[in-house]
Design a protein around this ligand. Sequence first.
Ligand code: TXA
Ligand code: MG
Length: 344
Amino acid sequence: MPIIHASELNQKKIQELIHTTIKSGGLCVFPTETVYGIGADATQDEAVKKIFIAKGRPSDNPLIVHLSSKKDLTQCVREIPEIAYPLMDEFWPGPLTLVFKKSPSISPLVTGGLDTVGIRIPSSILAQQVIQAAGVPLCAPSANISGKPSATLFSHVLDDFKDRVDLLIDGGKVTIGLESTVLDLTTPIPTLLRPGAITQKMIEDVLKVSILDATKDYIEGIPKSPGMKYKHYAPSGELSLVKGDFNQVIQYLTDAIVKNENIGIIAPKEYIDKLKGKHLLSMGSILDPNEIGSNLFSALRTMDQQHIQTIYIPVLDDQDLGQAIMNRLLKAASYRIIDLSEAR
Ligand code: TXA
Ligand code: MG
């Protein structure tokens, strides 16, 4: 199982290795700007099946198809609605997945039997090199065992997939750390299926119309995207989110540490600075949501490595990138919230 470092990627021989691996139906883990992906040739059913097996992923949860250029889009989709063009112009390459009606050339295995397909062109140069070298549309879910936090460091990928894939590309820490925004363009009004670094507001500013937000549909219990109904990002310990004003949350967490010094706390630096305990983990400054987003999954994995049974994270602002951050936190916590404002 060769491991390739990012600095070697522009070598012809490495590109040939990627091509051979993917063409022969193998799996290749590679970094993108969002999270690491585990890629296979989207045109080979046997290769696609291997991804589901390696991840332990339910077969009805569709994979995103990754392209290196817009010109390859027509071979994957049946039609491109007008509304797609300004979005592609503004946000591709980048962390936005657009859902189109699929062309017959895309296997139903890739789309979990759906008539639609999610497509994305990553902005990461490394990811583009890998897709180009592969020479085929690359289906690539996040490179984590199903249900675990996505991989944002190469060590996460090794933890989950060492000896279980054919090729691994080490690109260090990814930049964004949260998976791409998923936007369905097959509905009468574009529908947000997963918030990400391309925020709802950024999309609405480009389209000059409001879009639908289906990311909270778990409350009604009807998932619009198959991925919504599965357990996600969950650490092994029990994670609860703590909601309240800053001082209330600090008081609650201080009391919790007194009761049990083995609890873990993941929080912005400003909270961590006010606490004393054994397992405190800062995600970065509350003033820098990008930093918080990029450290979130890693923090959840660290708690697992330290076998922490009880974890607390403060509820954070859910505007702009905060929408994606809170979406992941709520899922990781299975929507468990300790609401201190109610207790007053
Ligand atoms: O940033 C990303 O998107 C990363 C990197 C590797 O590109 N990939 C990723 O893939 O996060 P995955 O498989 O972990 O998440 C794909 C999400 C799932 O929630 C899935 O249900 C949804 O996108 N999805 C994919 N195709 C869809 C479709 N045709 N209709 C509705 N939802 C779809
Ligand atoms: Mg995933």
